[in-house]
Ligand binder design. Structure first.
Ligand code: PEP
Ligand code: MN
Length: 631
């Protein structure tokens, strides 16, 4: 039974409810949510819901039809997040957990961890205790393996996931691991489930070989009911069917089904799901498209030599390739692969700014695409500072009011956002430390009751209006009114109760403001991405940068630009963007903005830059950072 509390329900009322129900031998659990708080009631002999609805502070009583309660979406309507070190599962990050099936040796595991780190995956997996079908097969390295895993975590900053097979191992594995894995064979080992639920670590629960989704959720319920702090990540790893071409049948439909039934994050394991490395990338991409919160992928430095599951383990290069493809697919489903803070240089990692936490400046208000970008990049627990103008964002960062800023620089339909390039030049003390692409879907939002035929005016950010040009041109009778941000244009329509106007903004803004969507996906082309850059005050660049942005001015002589670009050509460097901008105050003269790929041997790039700096009147490096355009 779920008791939905009234927004004004206080502690005394909640206490009353709990005391009453617990006196009947029932268990209660208060779950405080952003939108509503509920009391979940578990046990046999539930009271009549009508009686409970008269308790103080109660808004509604729902009988839960499903046998699982704490795992149910009826109890927690929004997807829960599970944060492990720098990684958050269940948010906008698509978390990739990669590594060998087993820890085989110290050297082998540290090498694998390096390869996982370099691929861009954000967690490391490997078993120290292995559930093998044959008692004569390798059973794992035990505690020695756990120590090696802990060493790899310390060296690469990758949280580790490893399996625990018995109650006797829970305490030991919990000492080393960040996430405890319950393997498919133990999904219904109920005593073990209860024990891991109380171990104080998140649990990655794999679906049993022949388990239904309901049985998986019941298993999660065992873990959750043991301790109110318990956190569970579900894992679809393939089930037994009559199909014999693959080791198991990866049940991709389980992802949206679980999503609708449960609030728990879900990851997919296409390695055990198919048992064949050739099929892993396709199923990994499909799982991402199906909405998985993460992927668990087996990778081995040399799969043919692996002591377990070599046939389904990717080669390191295949994992890197897959990460690039995932980075392309993820934004389409509103996610990103890059881990928060992974791509930031050490000096500008989440620092304490004036005694505060991770503060990020952006332009626009709640529901803006800048907010979406910032949350995608930094994860959920950041403190946002909104400003009306981009110039204020730059000033806030330069003056040390915030640790980072996130600003848009380019849109795939409408081109560069020049004002931010110009601002970058005004603040030589700031640098680009990261970038990301956000898919932008626009909607026409209005007040409830308003219909499309009522509209006379449309409030929009000029960028958004430009991206929806085709749609707006199909309504020439509408007047388009410019606003400073997308969410803000919808808010004005809402706050002023306009009945003849609409705003162009995101679905998030519609939800936040309680507005209706008159027309959805109105951008001219679905491939509408905005590239944002993450800015910080200058510090040492991340050592894993693969992209560099710079600005240069040449002499006003024949062949000057040709000679500058020649330096890159001679060094075999790939230019990914070149754009000219007028130099303010000197009409008909231009400066050039360039983005370059940094090759693995950075010295080639640095040597070319040295030559460039020596030959031009003005060169400024805007930043060295990890690219979002991995493909
Ligand atoms: C594993 O992840 O290595 C493993 C043994 O998986 P499963 O329990 O899904 O077979
Ligand atoms: Mn395995």
């Amino acid at each position: 039974m779920i008791i939905v509390l009234r927004p004004d329900a206080g502690e005394a009322q909640i206490d009353f409810i709990q005391t009453k129900l617990e006196a009947r031998g029932l268990q209660t659990r208060v779950i405080a949510g952003a939108e509503r708080s509920v009391v979940a009631v578990i046990g046999t002999g539930l009271p009549d819901p009508r009686e409970v609805s008269f308790f103080p502070g109660v808004s509604e009583v729902i009988r839960v039809s499903r046998p699982y309660k704490l795992a149910s979406r009826e109890v927690v309507p929004t997807t829960s997040t599970v944060t492990v070190g720098p990684v958050t599962l269940g948010g906008s990050q698509l978390v990739v957990i990669a590594g060998p099936c087993s820890v085989e040796s110290r050297e082998g595991l540290l090498l694998a961890a390096r390869q996982v780190y370099e691929s861009g995956a954000s967690m490391l997996r490997a078993g120290a205790f292995k559930p093998r079908t044959s008692p004569y097969a390798f059973q794992g390295m035990g505690e020695e393996g756990l120590k090696i895993l802990a060493e790899a975590r310390d060296q690469f900053g990758l949280p580790i996931v490893t399996e625990v097979m018995s109650i006797a191992q829970v305490e030991l594995v919990g000492r080393y691991a960040d996430v405890l894995q319950i393997g498919a064979r133990n999904m219904q080992n109920f005593d073990l489930l209860k024990a891991v639920g109380q171990a104080g670590r998140p649990v990655l629960l794999k679906r049993g070989l022949a388990a239904t989704i309901e049985e998986l959720l019941m298993a999660a319920e065992y873990i959750l009911s043991g301790d109110r702090q318990a956190r569970v990540i579900l894992c679809e790893r393939g089930i037994r069917t009559f199909e014999s071409s693959t080791r198991n049948t990866l049940d991709l439909s389980a992802i949206p089904v679980i999503r609708s039934l449960s609030h728990l994050p879900v990851v997919a394991d296409p390695s055990h799901g198919t048992g064949h490395r050739g099929y892993v990338p396709a199923m990994a991409l499909a799982a991402a498209a199906a909405g998985a919160d993460g992927l668990m992928i087996e990778m081995h430095p040399n799969p043919p030599e692996a002591v377990s599951d070599g046939a389904q383990s990717l080669y390191p290069a295949e994992l890197s390739r897959l990460m690039r493809d995932l980075a392309v697919i993820a934004p389409v489903v509103g996610r990103q692969v890059e881990g928060r803070s992974r791509r930031l240089p050490p000096a500008s990692r989440p620092v304490q700014v004036r005694g505060e936490g991770l503060t990020v400046a952006l332009q626009g208000e709640t529901g803006s695409f800048s907010e979406k970008a910032a949350r995608q990049f930094f994860g959920p627990d950041l403190e946002l500072r909104s400003f009306a103008a981009f110039s204020e964002v730059f000033l806030a960062l330069a003056s040390g009011q915030v640790a980072y800023a996130v600003v848009p620089v380019e849109n795939s339909l409408t081109g560069s956002i020049h004002v931010n390039y110009d601002q970058l030049l005004e603040y030589p003390e700031l640098a680009i430390v990261g970038e990301l692409k956000v898919r932008v879907v626009h909607n026409l939002l209005a007040n409830p009751g308003v219909e499309l035929s009522d509209i006379r005016r449309v409030y929009s950010h000029p960028q958004a209006a430009a991206q929806c040009d085709q749609f707006l041109r199909s309504h020439p009778e509408w007047q388009v009114v410019s606003m400073y941000d997308t969410a803000g244009s919808a808010r004005v329509v809402k706050e002023q109760g306009m009945l003849d106007a609409a705003g162009i903004a995101s679905l998030e803004a519609a939800e936040n403001l309680g507005m209706v969507v008159l027309a959805s996906s109105i951008e001219t082309h679905p491939q509408n991405f905005t590239r944002f850059v993450v800015l910080a005050r200058q510090g040492p660049a991340a050592d894993d940068y693969d992209k560099l942005s710079l600005v240069l001015e040449t002499e006003h002589t024949p062949g000057a630009l040709y000679r500058s670009l020649g330096i890159f050509a001679e060094s075999g460097l790939n230019l990914v963007k070149l754009e000219s901008r007028p130099i303010p105050g000197t009409p008909w003269t231009y400066r050039f903005y360039l983005d370059l790929e940094a090759p693995p041997d950075r010295s080639v790039l640095e040597e070319a830059l040295g030559r460039l700096v020596g030959s031009l009147p003005f060169v400024r490096i805007l930043g060295r950072y990890r690219s979002a355009e991995l493909a």
